[in-house]
Ligand binder design. Sequence first.
Ligand code: PLP
Length: 334
Amino acid sequence: MQIGKYPRVRISTIPTPLEELPRFSAAVGGPRILMKRDDLTGLGMGGNKARQLEFIMGEAVARGSDAAITCGAGQSNHVRQVAAAAAKLGMKCYLVLGPAVKTEMQGNILLNRIYGAELIWVDTNDIDAQYAEMEKVAAKVEKEGFKPYIIPRGGASVQASVAYANCVIETMTQLNEMRIEANVWLQATGTTATQAGVVVGARWWLRPDFRVIGLSVGRKRVDLLPKLVGHANRAAESLGAPFRFEEDQLTILEDYVGEGYGVPTPGCLEAIQLMARTEGIMLDPVYSGKAVYGLMDLVEKGVLTKDDTVVYLHTGGVPAVFAYDKELVSGLGL
Ligand SMILES: Cc1ncc(COP(=O)(O)O)c(C=O)c1O
């Protein structure tokens, strides 16, 4: 893989641990489960975007930028990690946020302010409206004498996928050292850029039996699959890979979304509690809680059995727990 050709800044704490979850596995009566702890990537309280920002901010710095602009939902983890990365690199940071739900000064929003980012609320989740606002901010910032760099929503970019192709290589090396053969990879999927990198990395490792399953946290499978193929093929091309993907080679499940993005399901809350009480590991109510509940359900349905060895990628998101105190307290009877 031609990872070395991408500009990069070393701002996260990687490699992250690969940790066995024996008590959680026993509690669900399931397969051997290992967790890739990308909630522990360090920068800005961790998460998958910190690993990706090594390459995204690497590109920004290479272009001479001194002001990062991005957008997302109010409790977006991506924007929080951009705020931290900008702080670490001495850049200005502008975050276009919407819609106006969960706007209390809590969780990621509070952290964004502490990291020194400027918040611009747009009261819409419409991607075109958020991009139009980012362009306006960029023009203003440029007039003030800075060089802005616009980061796509969720950080979804070739750089993001390249970071996760690299993460698979890191994980496979750890598995080899531990003398463990895993055959399934599970993770939460939002923009699909992370999963795209994972499928490229897994295919590169020449493991045709290795199944990568993305669990949607908001959108329908039919909307996500073309995006996943697009991100995966752009990353494969950029990395010089001798393969491309079709939709029917990739897996996204939409069964664990519930009412929609950012609305925790009862299963999601159950998963958060079980992981906390068996392994002392915190999940989050928007991404990892839904995905781990998906893992539990796939075991319950017999799709994953004791013969499987699963790697679950913990993509972080934990600071959002503090913005969902009411849902957690009432849903779990705490
Ligand atoms: C905690 C967490 N997990 C998973 C994801 C999904 O990653 P992607 O957008 O690359 O699919 C995100 C994206 O924001 C996230 O914040």
